[in-house]
Design a protein around this ligand. Structure first.
Ligand code: PHE
Length: 338
């Protein structure tokens, strides 16, 4: 046994390699499950006490030596392969250019609008995209037989209880009245959904920014001035706007606001239906019944609300003649908004 220990020790000392595979093979042949040194330990159990005393130490040292050697060689080989790889690096090659992400034009417009209203004290609120009947319709005075409650116009997710993809961000008005103390002055951007035919002017998904202001003594004149301020900040001081009487179940009186788009080209005609004006928002004084529906005393408080269509504004600001571009995720389109 003594000779075999000496022989193995010599083999250990003589061995050298910088190939990881070779080193691993040696490790197995020495201290693997059936390796030579492992076998010696098996045999060692059978030898006489005298021999044990003589050989025990030498055998342990042999094992430590083998383990140390393997570790050392593996480390060297590892470093070698790293430096070999770095020698193959060509540092003179031109770098790949990074694909820089840009904000979607719709998000850019939402950001500009929320900025403008933040400066006059509006906070931000959000609500869910799947809404119940109360928040999307009933609390907002939609009568039972209103066409918007029809499957033809609204995407229902379930019928009993009725849940639908919200058809407007006005649902967040109701949520704000439920949860926020008065006065309320808040803005709610988000996606809305309508079961509509897709064309260059309309889509079944689009974005709105809802505004709601409720306080004592809020008047229609306050609303008009705030919306004029908004239009001037967004489109420039010389922008032309007009308010047309309109109807919404939850505002009284109601209006629609148009901005002047122009009537120069064929696409101007198509986009503005031949009028030159582009409708960008609906607005009005919050109907007293809606305040009462949400536990607000309509004799003490009044308010205004508005809902801005984002895609129309984005088309106007960026000169995009077809609304569908905003939903195609075509990189050739999106890259233009850096
Ligand atoms: N919710 C209305 C729409 O989607 C817009 C609106 C909001 C009108 C707030 C008045 C007040 O058309």
């Amino acid at each position: 046994m003594k000779e075999r220990i000496e022989l193995l020790s010599k083999e250990l000392n003589d061995f050298s390699s910088n190939l990881l595979d070779e080193i691993e093979a040696k490790r197995i042949s020495w201290i693997g499950k059936k390796g030579a040194i492992t076998n010696l330990f098996e045999e060692f159990r059978e030898v006489s006490p005298e021999e044990k005393r003589l050989l025990g130490k030498a055998l342990n040292e042999l094992k430590n030596q083998a383990e140390g050697k393997i570790k050392e060689l593996k480390e060297q080989a590892g470093q070698l392969s790293v430096s070999a790889a770095s020698e193959k690096l060509d540092l003179t090659r031109p770098a790949l250019s990074h694909l820089k992400a840009t904000r979607h034009p719709v998000s850019q417009v939402i950001g500009r609008i929320t900025d403008i209203f933040r400066r006059v004290g509006f906070s931000l609120s959000v609500g869910p995209e799947i809404e119940d009947d109360w928040h999307n319709f009933s609390a907002l005075n939609f009568p039972e037989e209103h066409p918007a409650r029809d499957m033809q116009d609204t995407f229902f997710v379930s019928m009993d209880p009725a849940k639908a993809l919200r058809t407007h961000t006005s649902s967040v008005q109701v949520r704000a009245m439920e949860t926020q103390g008065l006065p309320i002055r808040t803005l709610s951007p988000g996606r809305v959904f309508r079961n509509e035919a897709i064309s260059s002017r309309s889509h079944c998904i689009f974005h709105q920014v809802e505004g709601l202001y409720i306080d004592k003594g809020v008047s229609f004149a306050d609303m008009k001035q705030t919306l004029l301020y908004f239009a001037q900040e967004l489109f420039g001081a010389e922008v032309k706007i007009r308010l047309r009487p309109s109807y919404f179940p939850f505002t009284e009186p109601s209006a629609e606001m148009d901005v002047w788009w122009g009537l120069e080209s064929e696409s101007d005609y198509r986009i503005t239906k031949g009028t030159g004006w582009l409708e960008i928002l609906g607005c009005g004084m919050v109907d007293p019944q809606v305040l009462e529906n949400n536990g607000i005393d309509s004799k003490e408080y009044s308010g205004y609300a508005f809902g801005i269509g984002i895609e129309r504004i984005a088309m106007n600001l960026f000169g995009v003649s077809d609304l569908r571009w905003f939903f195609e995720n075509d990189m050739r389109f999106l890259r233009q908004f850096k």
